[in-house]
Design a protein around this ligand. Sequence first.
Ligand code: NDP
Length: 288
Amino acid sequence: MTASIISGKELAQEKRKQLAQEVKELKEQGVVPGLVVILVGDHPASISYIKGKQKASEEIGVAFTLEHFPETMKEEELLDVIDKYNHDESCHGILVQLPLPDHIQEKAVIEKISPAKDVDGFHPLNIGQMMIGEDTFLPCTPAGIVEMIKSANIEIAGKHVVVVGRSNIVGKPVGILLLNEHATVTYCHSRTPDLKEVTKQADILVVAVGRANFITGEHIKQNAVVIDVGVNRLETGKLCGDVVFEDAKQIASHITPVPGGVGPMTITMLAHNVVKSARISAVRLQVS
Ligand code: NDP
């Protein structure tokens, strides 16, 4: 039997319809959800990611503003722009596209964004809330992964999850979210000896490394669920994940494709966070 495909694209479409309905209701209450994306420089991948975010925002009815600055922008200037939007009531979410030029400290920028508008879920306060299992803005890729697993009716509680990769934006938080769902979680990274020995124990294997064809059939347990987060561009121009898809298809019970897997859900979870922030504003307006 071949693995079932968990289509992030289809799930994202469904969720975007629900979000569009919520936006309509918010607009009837006088609140137009607003997202501001700040880009410094002309990183081609960043421009392409932003286009995806803009398209999804427009589809859902979120007001999208792009602030595009030259590579030479000073850190102080960027912090001032963030401060302006922190105080702008028409803006419910601020996203600074990463990576930033080397002369700008990512940490200072992330910490400048008001936690109440941190729709990327990268602010230390929101990360802390996530750690203790409080309702907060969750980082988009990890939150999208949990939604995808749940959409396929896969039980998480009691399962052994192995996460390959420990970045602050994907690997670490996805492990925490799955731990909060009562999985037993093991992290692997570049210093893990004998990776295969660990990944072969996974009921749910999440791979976020950024290397094409890194995980092969030898790494995967029979009937495991494989979540491929990696996005790699081959010399042919084609996109592929970190997992050899054809191998996983023969061994796993479920697999996410690249493209059309985790990517579309990441963007949708961003829109989800913007709508959530706007909803909180609408409640505040009603109270005052
Ligand atoms: P990082 O480069 O920040 O992290 C990569 C991780 O992989 C690190 O923790 C690193 O370990 C680990 N790693 C590297 N080599 C090995 C190895 N040989 N064995 C085991 N682990 C290894 O990447 P990100 O987390 O930001 O992204 C990972 C991938 O996911 C990329 O392809 C990225 O494009 C994609 N991505 C996709 C998104 C989507 O929406 N689809 C969103 C975000 C990312 P160590 O810490 O020890 O260096």
